[in-house]
Design a protein around this ligand. Sequence first.
Ligand code: FAD
Ligand code: NAD
Length: 463
Amino acid sequence: MAEFSHDLVIIGAGPGGYVAAIRAAQLGLNVACIDKEPALGGTCLRVGCIPSKALLESSELYAEAKGGMTRHGIRIGDVTFDLAAMMKRKDTIVNGLTSGVAGLFKKNNVKRYEGKARIAGVGKVVVEGSGEADTLSAKHILIATGSVVAPLPGVELDGDRIGTSTEALKYPEVPQHLVVIGAGVIGLELGSVWLRLGAKVTVLEYMDRILPGMDSEIADMALKLFKRQGMKFELGTRVQKAVVHDGQCIVSCEGKPDITCDRVLLAVGRLPSTEGLGLEAVGIELDKRGRIPVDKHFATKVPGIYAVGDVIEGPMLAHKAEEEGTACVERIVTGYGHVDYASIPGIVYTHPEIATVGKSEDELKTEGRAYRKGTFPFMANGRAKALNSTDGMVKILADAKTDQVLGCAILGPRAGDLIAEVAVAIAFEATSEDIARACHAHPTLAEVVKEAALAVDGRAIHI
Ligand code: FAD
Ligand code: NAD
């Protein structure tokens, strides 16, 4: 067994782990990063954010070419697509980015180990790869092992007909009827991809709404738009069973007739990934949701062992994991490191997009906090009209007394890009007046954000 020594050993090369590795190397540490997969980048780059966004873009272009172009006066003949070429493009993007991380590791002298890591004691990690195991000793260990798909009792995943997002990112043909279990982010994004490419898509959701946890007014507006696009929804539906029978999937729901379809996508959430990590060897116990408990500096109860990303509390988002990885290693080296959780945006990359940051209106109501609300529709914006994308609105919520921006929810074109302005405003503790007074170029979608900020004080101009 070969033995190596490093200042910091990071387990997991997803956005939490690989960003932490690069930042720690920049700060002068001798860093190692272990991942069991041959490609770096974690769930996000390999089977999450990046491949899903590649397919969302391709399928959206197809849908535009098929239906949307005529409104611009552009006539196109028969529009068809080549699914294999679409998948190849997605794979090329993924490969480019994952090998890009390998390049960044080289550039920053981050030592990469391939294999499954196990914590064998304080300051000791064993890596089991294809050959002889390596033992690494380190002053600091950072766990960034991410998450895995949450199973649902009765739903028999066969890795083909009944699968997870990983399978839904590479179906070899367009399903005739795709049943999606869960109207969360994955269900709506990947449901949109296959709907646009011609599948019938039925989304089964346990709650009586979509996107639980997101601003309910915006989620209700989005639901209407998704229905208009042809997505079918069965809300308040408890899935009891999904099995493959004679090449078809049979989905059974409480109190409803069985549904027969050719593909099922299970998307009812993700669970922290800690199996086989050896946490018991150092006495780290998980919380009741299977997460690694950490303090505000990402330290576990065991000195020298830290954790960030999907494996700890908080939203399971790539940019949240990156911020935590950075803050964790900056704190180790410099004594300072901080994540501003109030300004972490969440985005659903459907069409139109949905983006939120800060508190939702529902949360403010529950807290009994006095707030003022400004909304402005994309319908009244020149650029949105030029883009032919006028559905949705921007909602800004500000403290009733101080006018400090508390939250924002956007449903509309490029909402994911527009929300960045409000995230910065929240991070800088700005007021809605600050946003309203800042000059926004004309004609841009960003003017809708400015108008919503003006609307907080009842003085939007173009409505
Ligand atoms: P991961 O990215 O999960 O990385 C963990 C790594 O640890 C993995 O590479 C794994 O192989 C490795 N590992 C685990 N255990 C071991 C072990 N014992 N030894 C060695 N290696 C190990 N988030 C967004 O912000 N935007 C999006 O658009 C978005 N889209 C998504 C789409 C899909 C389909 C999915 C599934 C997720 C999406 N997410 C998105 C969520 C995002 O992928 C995660 O929040 C993010 O990847 C978490 O980063 P992480 O570093 O904590 O963990
Ligand atoms: P999710 O938590 O977003 O949604 C799960 C949905 O399944 C919820 O609506 C929930 O009510 C529903 N559900 C739970 N049990 C059910 C049951 N028995 N029957 C029917 N419905 C049920 O989870 P997800 O969509 O699987 O995504 C997992 C994680 O990945 C999320 O935390 C998300 O943040 C992350 N992700 C982010 C993005 C993005 O940022 N754009 C994209 C994809 C995934």
